[in-house]
Design a protein around this ligand. Structure first.
Ligand SMILES: Cc1cc2nc3c(=O)[nH]c(=O)nc-3n(C[C@H](O)[C@H](O)[C@H](O)COP(=O)(O)O)c2cc1C
Length: 303
């Protein structure tokens, strides 16, 4: 059995496999199907300062090798999380990481400050793909300046491990990664969903109420892999890779491209125990290849 332990900032993971935000609820919903303490980390769904109803239905659509979603960060807000969800999560023996989302910088900062006080939450993942309502609705994470500003202010307010989740809807993802590293991010995770669209020719209507939405699943994997590799070669902080990972082989490919850890998103909708299978598969691969530790394969791509 190889050593699967991984470190990101001051976060210790028992294995490099986490669940992606928005695809695994708060984790506890799956406790009847599997031993959730075997997951390296559970990234809970996008949490905002105030409750959000999300977008009107339909907000999910199936596409070839992927899916589109426009859930719109439906959640009951950070105070509800603290009072009603956190008490049920704090004794689970894995890392519970909160995905912090916001519509202006103050929202992000206040949410991060509140989460900072929770003893059993060792890290946040900052979702900078949200639209900035105070600046015309353009996402924070699509310019280096916008990304740097939100990370700078959250960094000042949040003392534990700060993972910044990057948007792929940009021209040069390495520029954004460097900008958030400069502002003190402990790690970057990528990719969030790619902006896409689906149309029903018969009805001439879009399949999503919002017309456009976020594409995820196997369709995005080659793009995610390319971006992880580019970012790995551009920053010194650990990179967390995700986007279309369906099995252990996909996960190993992301680690070879430079990911220190990986996340499983859309695959959870097909089989919620994918994370467990992926960490077992990574372990078998390491044993078969004679590696003693999973850290030996990070960035070990032969070019
Ligand atoms: C239904 C759904 C909800 C999501 N909600 C969030 C969210 O709240 N915050 C976030 O940062 N990413 C969210 N994502 C993006 C995923 O965490 C992930 O970045 C993306 O789906 C790519 O990974 P995958 O191909 O493995 O699903 C969501 C994705 C889906 C499919």
């Amino acid at each position: 059995m190889a050593d699967l332990n991984i470190k990101i900032g001051s976060l210790n993971l028992k294995n490099p496999v986490m669940t992606a935000s928005g695809t695994f609820g708060y984790g506890e919903e799956f406790a009847d199907f599997m031993d959730i303490s075997q997951i390296g980390g559970i990234i809970v769904k996008g949490t905002t300062l105030n409750p959000r109803e999300g977008n009107p239905y339909p907000r999910m659509a199936e596409t070839p090798s992927g899916m589109l979603n426009a859930v719109g960060l439906q959640n009951k807000g950070v105070h509800y999380f603290v009072n009603s969800i956190y008490p049920g999560l704090k004794d689970i023996n894995t890392n519970i990481i909160v995905n912090v989302s916001g519509s202006c910088i103050d929202d992000y900062v206040q949410t991060a400050e509140i989460i900072n006080e929770l003893e059993h939450i060792p890290a946040i993942e900052l979702n900078i793909s949200c639209p900035n309502v105070k600046q015309g609705g353009m996402a924070f994470g699509v310019t280096a300046k916008g990304a740097a500003e939100v990370v700078k202010q959250v960094r000042a307010a949040y003392k534990k491990t700060l993972i910044v989740k990057l948007s792929p809807n940009v021209t040069d993802v390495t520029e954004i990664a460097r900008a958030v590293e400069e502002q003190g991010a402990d790690s970057v995770s990528l990719i969030n969903t790619l902006l896409g669209m689906a149309i029903d020719a018969e009805t001439r209507r879009p399949l999503l109420s919002t017309i456009t939405g976020g594409l995820s699943g196997p369709a995005v994997k080659p793009i995610a892999l390319r971006m992880v590799w580019q970012v790995y070669n551009s920053v010194k902080i650990p990179v967390v890779g995700l986007g279309g990972i369906m099995n252990w082989k996909d996960a190993v490919e992301f680690m070879l491209a430079g990911a220190t850890a990986i996340q499983i998103g859309t695959a959870n909708f097909i089989d919620p125990i994918t994370t467990q299978r992926v960490s077992e598969g990574i372990n078998d691969y390491l044993d078969r290849k004679g590696y003693k530790s999973v850290s030996e394969i990070i960035g070990a791509l032969e070019v």
